[in-house]
Design a protein around this ligand. Structure first.
Ligand SMILES: [Mn+2]
Length: 264
C-alpha cells in the first residue's frame, strides 16, 4: 500500500506559478546519497548551520531515497540517519528503488541478489562486512539468510519504515516521479520508485510540483512540472539539498573532489 504523508493540501490543480509550501514551514529535500557518508555528513552540517542562521518556522528534512548502494559507505549512512535526531527538525524518509530491492531480498526474494550486487549492492554488502563474490557463489537461500543475519535488525526496520511520498502545499516529494495523467491517489508504487519516461520529458505541470531524485543530472534540473535533485553523489561527487520556503527556492550542496583531480 502507498504510504503518503501530508502536512497541508490544496485541492488539486489550483496552484499558481510559482508553487508554494505552507507558510511557517521550511523544507530541505535531499537527493540520492548512495553510500557517500562524508558528503551526507557535510550536507547535514550545512543544513543545521542554515537553520541556525535563519531560525523560525517548522523545519523538515526529507530524504528522497537511495541512501544505499553504489558508494562505499551504505552501512554508515543508514546508521547516521537512523540515529539522526536533530533538535527542532523533523525528518522524513522516502523509499528509493535501491531500498526496495534490498528489502525484497531480505523478505526472501533471493532471485534479486545477482542484480542487486551488479547495480551497486556489492558496495553495500561490503559496507556490512560481506564479500560480494562470496554472496554471489552462495545458494539464493543462503545469500538471503546471510544478509538477514548480518545487516542489523535496526537497519532493516529503519529501511522498511520509509514512506512513498510527502506532500507539502503545492509540492510533492517522491523518489523517482509520478505517472503523468494519473491522479496522485492512484499512482502505482513502481512508478513512484522507478519511473523515468514519460515523466522526465513531460512538458507541462502536474497537479503538484514534483521534487524527485533517481535520475542523475549535473545540475539541479528545474522543469515546468518537476525539479530533479539527484546530482550524482557517487558519480559527480555532489550531494544536493533543495531548500523550499514559501515560493522561494535555494540550493545547498556538499561537494567532493576525487583524489588526483583537485582543482588549484
Ligand atoms: Mn539513485
Amino acid at each position: 500500500m502507498m504510504r503518503a504523508t501530508s502536512f497541508w493540501q490544496k485541492p488539486a490543480a489550483t496552484w499558481q506559478v510559482p508553487p508554494a509550501i505552507p507558510d511557517g514551514h521550511r523544507i530541505y529535500a535531499v537527493g540520492d546519497v548512495h553510500g557517500q557518508d562524508h558528503l551526507l555528513a557535510d550536507l547535514l552540517v550545512q543544513i543545521e548551520a542554515d537553520i541556525s542562521a535563519r531560525p523560525g518556522g517548522e523545519m523538515t528534512i526529507v530524504f528522497l531515497g537511495d541512501l544505499i548502494d553504489r558508494g562505499p559507505k551504505s552501512a554508515e549512512v543508514v546508521e547516521r540517519l537512523r540515529t539522526y535526531r536533530p533538535i527542532g527538525i523533523r525528518t522524513e524518509f522516502l523509499a528509493g528503488n535501491h531500498e526496495e530491492v534490498l528489502l525484497r531480498i531480505l523478505e526472501g526474494e533471493g532471485s534479486l541478489v545477482a542484480d542487486w550486487l551488479r547495480f551497486g549492492g556489492a558496495h553495500c554488502a561490503r559496507s556490512y562486512g560481506l564479500s560480494a563474490s562470496r554472496l554471489a557463489k552462495m545458494s539464493l537461500a543462503d545469500a538471503v539468510e546471510t544478509l538477514r543475519s548480518t545487516i542489523p535488525a535496526e537497519h532493516q526496520a529503519f529501511l522498511a519504515s520509509f514512506g512513498d511520498t510527502l506532500r507539502a502545499g503545492d509540492y510533492l516529494f517522491v523518489h523517482a516521479g509520478i505517472r503523468p495523467g494519473v491522479a496522485l491517489a492512484e499512482q502505482a508504487q513502481i512508478d513512484l520508485r522507478w519511473i523515468r519516461e514519460p515523466f522526465l520529458d513531460h512538458p507541462v505541470r502536474h497537479d503538484v510540483m514534483v521534487v524527485h531524485g533517481h535520475t542523475i543530472t549535473e545540475q539541479v534540473d528545474e522543469r515546468a512540472g518537476r525539479i530533479g535533485i539527484d546530482t550524482g553523489a557517487y558519480k559527480h561527487g555532489v550531494l544536493t539539498a533543495l531548500v523550499l520556503e514559501g515560493t522561494q527556492r535555494r540550493i545547498i550542496q556538499a561537494r567532493f573532489t576525487p583524489v588526483g583531480q583537485e582543482r588549484h
